[in-house]
Structures are given as structure tokens and as C-alpha cells.
Design a protein around this ligand. Sequence first.
Ligand code: CP
Length: 333
Amino acid sequence: RRHVLSLEDFSPAEYETVLQTAASFQEVLSRRTKKVPALQGQVITNLFFEPSTRTRSSFELAAKRLSADTLNFAPGTSSMTKGETILDTAKTYLALGTDLMVIRHREAGVPQAIAQEMDRLQTNVGVLNAGDGQHEHPSQALLDLLTICNLLDPKVPQLSLLKGKKVAIVGDILHSRVARSNIWSLTASGAEVHLAGPPTLLPRWFADFVAEAEKTQPDVPRKLMMHWQLEPALRDADFVMTLRLQQERMTQHLLPSLREYHQQFGITGDRLKLCKPDVKVLHPGPVNRGVEISSELMDDPNFSLISQQVTSGVAVRMALLYLMGSGKPGGEA
Ligand code: CP
């Protein structure tokens, strides 16, 4: 595929390809020389219109490990401050010879709009969504998938490892593009996905989402439930994915307050006693320590996979860039 904008239309075969390619790059990254010449001569441009630490740095590192040349755009130091539009910015990077664009924006749909423009101009440029508003964050869900699969079988990460596992996604589901992408990938794997959060932070799109999934992928028996309480989601869970309270996207006064939220939905060592004994905790980051997860739990290597998620991000992003870039002249198939 030329663009990766959403996981909605990802097929099981595509998940497997990404997992297996990422696993082979994990092997490369474990060597002393961590670089391969796969995308030598290609230009990968990070267009981040919204702040990022993990995603931008790991896409840049992934591109460098593949020997591509990288360009990094930040709006505050760009000609957007003089009024240049998003599409004109993208076209400028196209004229500079960009082969792949990695795009983050606070509004849903911007990566799609740029991809559409690249197609309209009949270019070969691929567009990768690095998080758009409350829509999707596909590479985050794929790195979460790899992190979980690595734990279940370090040798052969594959989608079927998650079949029958219970995954609780807890917190600010309403604003979370990470939750949306993870719902697609986790339910496609056969995992049982339980969403939990205060009613004010649960999505209005849930019913539409389920109906749409049944329409577009009728043969995937999705196990997806939503709860207003934490307990039914955590009970016997194999994995707990906590989400950041996205206060920057909340226009109204936060309900519940941060203190109330932590009391009701904060993930702590005590609360994990409801889960399976070998439960693991994920968080896409950045974390509000002591709000969605206790500081002790976040740093506890017996439970927390947060560092592994960041590390997995490099291999997954190498896989995505490689698979998208290798079909082009100059790339190695
Ligand atoms: N998980 C994630 O997208 O983190 P950043 O905002 O730091 O990229």
C-alpha cells in the first residue's frame, strides 16, 4: 500500500507482514552495527504540526537506521509562520525530493488530505499518519501489538498470539487516537477488548464504530465492550493499557477532577490484583504520573511495558518505512 492512514482497512496478512518485518529489524537493532542500506538515497520527511517526543524521534531514528536521508519540519520555525498553507508546505517538501511523508496534526484528516493531494499530483510519495487529532495513530497500535507479541513469544511475533487474551483500555477513550487504532488491531487479533472510563471520557462514536466494523469487516468476530466502571474491565485482564488524560483537548472543566480520576480509574498495584497474576501494563506516553497510573507501577519492571513500547517503536517504524519505501526506485525489495 502507498499510504498508512488508518488500521481500519488493515488485513490480517498486513499485520503479520508488519510484525515479521519488525521482528527482523529487531534482530538488526540487536547487532553492533544497527544500520542497513535498505532506503539509501530516499528522503523521509517528518511533518509534525503537533508536538511529539517518541513518535518523531523514533521515526527519525528508524529512517536513519534504514540509511535514508531525513528532513524534520516544525511549524514554529517554518514559513507557516508567514502564512504558508499545509498543502503548500507538503508540496515544498515534495519538490525537495521527499519519498515518504510522516505526518502528525492536531486535526483529524490532515494526513488523508495530504495523501489525496500527493495522489492527485500523480506522485509516488507515501504518507504515514503519525497521529491525527482524535482519529488514529496506526504506528502506535502496531508497536503496542509488537510489544505484546514479543512478550507472548519472543521468537515469532504473530497476531494469533493474542487470540482470547483480555485487554483493558482505560481512561480518556474519548480523545484517544491510540485507543481507536488499538481497537482495530486488537479486535482483529481475536483479543477481547474492554474499554473503561468515566462517562464523560467515553466516546459517543462507540455504537457507530461497532456498526461500521460489522459492515466493513463482517467476517471478523469482534469482542468489544465498554464500561463505566473499572472493575469489570480489569477482572482477569491479561493486559491493561492506560491512556493519558488529554487536558489540551478538553474544552470544558475536567470531570472528574484529576484527584477524583485517580481515585476512580488510576491504575495502581492494588487495582492490578483484579487482573491475571502475570498482567502487564502499557501506556503510549507521555504519562501524567500519579494520575492515570501510579508512579511506582509505571517504574515497576515486573508490570510495566512502557520502556519496551518505546523501544519497539523503532523496529515497527523501520518496518513501515521499509515496506512503504521498498517498492520505489532506489529502494531494495
Ligand atoms: N505516544 C506518542 O505518540 O507519544 P509522542 O506524543 O511523544 O509522540
